[in-house]
Design a binder for this molecule. Sequence first.
Ligand SMILES: Nc1nc2c(ncn2[C@@H]2O[C@H](COP(=O)(O)OP(=O)(O)OP(=O)(O)O)[C@@H](O)[C@H]2O)c(=O)[nH]1
Ligand SMILES: [Mg+2]
Length: 368
Amino acid sequence: MKSIGILGVGQAGGNIAEIAATMGFQAALINTNQRDGAVNTRVEKKYFVPGYSGAGQDRTIGLKAVNENYREIVEFVQRSFKNIRLLLVAFSTDGGTGSGMSPLLIDLLLDQLPGVHIGAIAIVPERNVLAGNRINAAECLEEISKIDSLSSVFLVDNDQMRRANPQSSKHQIYLSSNRQVMEAINHVLQVTKKSSFYGNFDETDLMNILSTRGVTVIASTAITDAKTTSDVTSKIQQSWLNSIFCPVESTGVIRAGLVYEGPEAMAKLIHVPSVFERVGEPLELFEGTYITETDPTVTTILAGLSFPARRLKALEESIEKNRDRLQGLVNKEHTQKYESRIQWASNLKVKQQRKPESVTSKLSKYQK
Ligand SMILES: Nc1nc2c(ncn2[C@@H]2O[C@H](COP(=O)(O)OP(=O)(O)OP(=O)(O)O)[C@@H](O)[C@H]2O)c(=O)[nH]1
Ligand SMILES: [Mg+2]
């Protein structure tokens, strides 16, 4: 049984839970919309908030759904996961259900699942989404970033997949992003099951890293063509920019993992101090070396990073630039009306009503 569980909230969250279930993770989903969750057939445990049919990108509706039903929701989560050490709540930040429900739900779960660390898989939308989605994402990420004692936050960046596949459909981008994030998490979890003469990376090491508060990135790179230590260093650092997660922008890793899998000869080329030069030496590093005949691969886990200010600025910038226009749109909604130029013409359609005249008045009219 895997020690990490995945709870999907909203449509994107449900889709991630679906992939997780196919990989053998304990998975469950919550939605305000039964039709969205119904397609995730591999997830058996589902909770649909009664009386709702989606949140229509309105975060306040997602928040209300938790407020009104938190007892049932928390019980559902407690029932759905057994013997896990880490629960990752997966959701998109720019819709209404996942984005609105998840921050409060996570905060509640932190005290309701004793002995279980809670983390998040939060999807950051592509750069070209519209204002409403950007506002949702900014609000949600701010709330998530403020939760005390929250473990790893994985920021899945839909832009990363888009950059690599500009021609792909949205559906393809979503599916590959979901698969890649779950593969990254599954990979580091599976490594902990292997044994090695040279240094094991065990589950306690992994949980130590993943329970760190802040943003976490997992990245892997093949180092097959590397000839020198600096080749390996630059491959690893490159992988921090090209993973499925928001690119690493700043220094300040708190805990890290470094796992090597491959032939013995290549392991020598890893020079830890230079690998971490760009992001600063972590407080703790957990290493694992697994000698195999497969392509040499280095997987790094960086935990405790700050929220990526530059990436999020790119999301917020167009809102700031268009402040007046957007404010104008909102004002217009309540004030707009149409004034016809031919209002006077309505008179043309008025039928003359005959006014009845009394007999006495007619009689008096004819009186000579
Ligand atoms: N990576 C990834 N992103 C997705 C997926 N589905 C949707 N998205 C992203 O999520 C946003 C839409 O959010 P949803 O998850 O559909 O929203 P929701 O939580 O169901 O909320 P409502 O539909 O408003 O009730 C899109 O703009 C995308 O950014 C998915 O399967 N994978
Ligand atoms: Mg939805």
